[in-house]
Design a protein around this ligand. Structure first.
Ligand SMILES: C[S@@+](CC[C@H](N)C(=O)[O-])C[C@H]1O[C@@H](n2cnc3c(N)ncnc32)[C@H](O)[C@@H]1O
Length: 388
């Protein structure tokens, strides 16, 4: 994984003289690289639950923000923050959301603040949310120079409508969710997301709520565990792993990540270079702990109503089940008519509020993949609110 401070130490200049297509993608990647991972901070405080530009004012009377967002002229050392997360598909997000002065954009997965920072750099106002305290404090620090155009809130994006309503927001020009875990989640062993690092079997993004992965493996029935592994991650060995979990926990409850990962590796040995045998089990447990699919469905259902005509919705997902949920929601919300076998004829679709901007998911290009292998699984889909 690339380290932000390494990039700051050796600034990169665009490459003007490479052959056409390659030069374009190299320059694009370098732009992404510089916009996306240069953390710095200023002095003002980010605010909770209040629009710093005044409650509700942006939706009715866009205030002319001062958008001359050159990096503050400070020594590099004072701008450094530890590496948190490298945002994926940065240029594609900017192309879709077209951030500009006077626009109001919601980022439901603030994470390390990379996407939000790029939106702010283009002059937009941003309302950003994350359910993870570590992400919120990192991004608040990073984004201090933009405090007059940024509102940061703790919350689950499944509840965004209530939260934005309370904050006085009535319409958005863009919405982004970049779902799943951040690199920080996987790197921080104490969060329990990684099967490669010893830590408590936790996996909660919001550590002040809900149940942990240990609660699931130690208390759920074998059938429930099997269902979670199958439905949440399409684990082909779901039954075998569920049976072994229930058998082993009789002797000793599961408390750590490696305890579970090593048990799975014992009963489902890895062949060749295939991914670790515990990969899908960890994905399935994480989705269950954080109710990720439910949150995604609820968000997708409510989001179009919050977009102004022409406003855009961008979703980045990281595996096929998530991408299918996004694809199906967008298909439904962009279909003028719906039909059912029991109906004599097709009917108008009352949920038709979107126009698709992507028929197929957008994936990372070669340059980005070379810079950030985690982008390998990223899939971006986007849609635009119809004029009404
Ligand atoms: C892939 S990271 C986002 C990275 C971010 N776009 C950036 O540029 O750094 C995903 C983030 O979304 C947060 N998250 C995931 N599901 C969430 C949900 N339902 N509600 C709020 N935050 C969520 C995670 O805590 C994590 O910080």
């Amino acid at each position: 994984m690339l380290h932000a401070s390494a990039q700051i130490a050796s600034p990169i200049n665009p490459v003007p003289n490479l052959g056409s297509a390659l030069a374009a993608s190299v320059n694009r990647a370098l732009e992404f690289f510089q916009v996306g991972v240069w953390p710095w901070f200023g002095t003002s405080d980010a605010m909770d639950h209040l629009m710093p530009w005044g409650r509700g004012t942006l939706t009715t009377r866009p205030s002319p923000p001062s958008c001359d967002m050159e990096p503050p002229n400070e020594p590099v050392s004072t701008r450094e923050l530890p590496f948190y997360h490298l945002p994926v598909l940065m240029q594609e997000v900017l192309d879709m959301l077209q951030p500009a002065p006077g626009k109001l954009i919601f980022d439901g997965t603030l994470g390390g603040g990379g996407h939000t920072e790029a939106l702010l750099q283009k002059g937009a106002h941003v309302v950003a949310m994350d359910q993870d305290d570590a992400a919120l404090s990192y991004a608040r620090e990073r984004l201090k120079p933009y405090a007059d155009r940024l509102c940061v809130m703790k919350g689950n994006f499944r509840d965004f409508a209530a939260t934005l309503g309370e904050a006085g927001v009535t319409g958005l020009d863009g919405m982004l969710i970049d779902i799943g875990v951040s690199s920080h989640h996987l790197d921080a062993a104490e969060r329990g997301f990684s099967f490669a690092k010893e830590g408590p079997l936790d996996m909660r993004m919001n550590t002040s709520a809900g149940f942990t992965a240990a609660d699931i493996v130690n208390t759920y029935s074998q059938e429930e565990i099997e269902r979670i592994l199958r439905d949440n991650a399409e684990e082909p060995q779901a039954r075998r792993i569920a049976r072994a979990i229930v058998h082993d926990r009789e002797k000793q409850p599961f408390t750590t990540t490696l305890q579970l990962a090593e048990m799975i590796a014992r009963i489902c040995p890895q062949h060749g270079k295939k991914k670790h045998p515990a990969t899908l089990t960890f994905q399935a447990l994480r989705c269950e702990v954080n109710q990720e699919y439910e949150a995604l469905r609820e968000f997708l259902k409510a989001a179009p109503q919050w977009l102004k005509p022409g406003g855009r919705l961008v979703v980045i997902s990281f595996h096929s089940i998530e991408d299918r949920i996004v694809k199906q929601a967008f298909q439904h919300q962009s279909a003028p008519f719906i039909d059912r076998p029991e109906w004599p004829e097709a009917r108008q679709n009352p949920d038709c509020t979107l126009r698709l901007l992507t028929r197929k998911p957008v994936e990372a290009g070669e340059i980005e993949l070379a810079l950030n292998p985690r982008a390998r699984s990223a899939r971006l889909r986007a849609a635009e609110r119809l004029p009404q």
